[in-house]
Design a protein around this ligand. Structure first.
Ligand code: SF4
Length: 217
């Protein structure tokens, strides 16, 4: 990739992140502490998409920090990647919360929030143009593949995602962290299989675009 292309992508990411920081399309745009746009290599081959920011992400403005983030980093390390190699973001950029007494608790994003935020996600995919999208957890997978997607049956399978990008879903690190004992080992095995499939896909030679082909005719 040329330096000019890379710097164009960096500028687009910065502009989009600024737009997200101003966005108040949903009520959670008012209750968030920080918008969590996403971060990573703007020309990454792998984009990781989770559900939405939690408490630590909301506080720091960064995706996948805290325990789930640490586990995601271990998952990436299992296929020889570090978080700086990939682009990490969520289906919604503000923390979905519900009031529980005097506390704010995390909740799953509502469909309308995901729909409101989708243009930002589509723009991220358009900027990064990854070769593979890894959706973490059912809500992220459903946002791409529709409400009938079943994570327990369909994780680990390849789908065509937005912009014809290969997409695979696996369990969310926060879900894995809730498992114990034999269940935990079984889930870890499945996730490792999924990660190996992602690595194999990333290791395939990239498709040659017509303009790069050498022809003597
Ligand atoms: S969730 Fe997305 S669309 Fe909704 S307020 Fe936050 S940035 Fe805007």
């Amino acid at each position: 990739m040329s330096l000019a292309d890379r710097s164009l992508r960096e500028r687009r990411v910065a502009n989009a992140a600024a737009a997200v920081a101003r966005c108040r399309k949903c009520a959670i745009g008012e209750t968030r502490r920080n918008a969590v746009y996403g971060e990573g290599d703007p020309s990454a081959a792998l984009m990781v998409v989770g559900e939405g920011p939690g408490e630590t992400e909301d506080r720091t403005g960064r995706p996948f920090v805290g325990r789930a983030g640490e586990l995601l980093e271990k998952m990436l390390a299992a296929i020889d990647l570090v978080r700086e190699d990939v682009f990490i973001c969520n289906t919604v950029k503000c923390r979905p919360t519900l009031v529980d007494g005097d506390k704010l608790r995390n909740r799953a994003p509502e469909l309308v929030e995901m729909a409101n935020c989708r243009p930002y996600l589509d723009e991220q995919i358009d900027i990064v143009r990854p070769r593979v999208i890894l959706a973490l957890g059912a809500p992220a997978a459903k946002s791409f593949l529709g409400p009938k997607f079943a994570i327990t049956r369909q994780r680990g399978q390849w789908f065509e995602g937005p912009q014809e990008i290969a997409l695979l879903a696996t369990f969310h690190p926060a879900y894995i962290l809730r498992m114990t004992g034999g269940e935990l080992n079984a889930v870890k095995r499945l996730v490792f299989e999924d990660l190996k499939a992602v690595k194999a896909r990333l290791d395939e030679p990239p498709p040659v675009v017509a303009s790069e082909q050498t022809s003597f005719f």
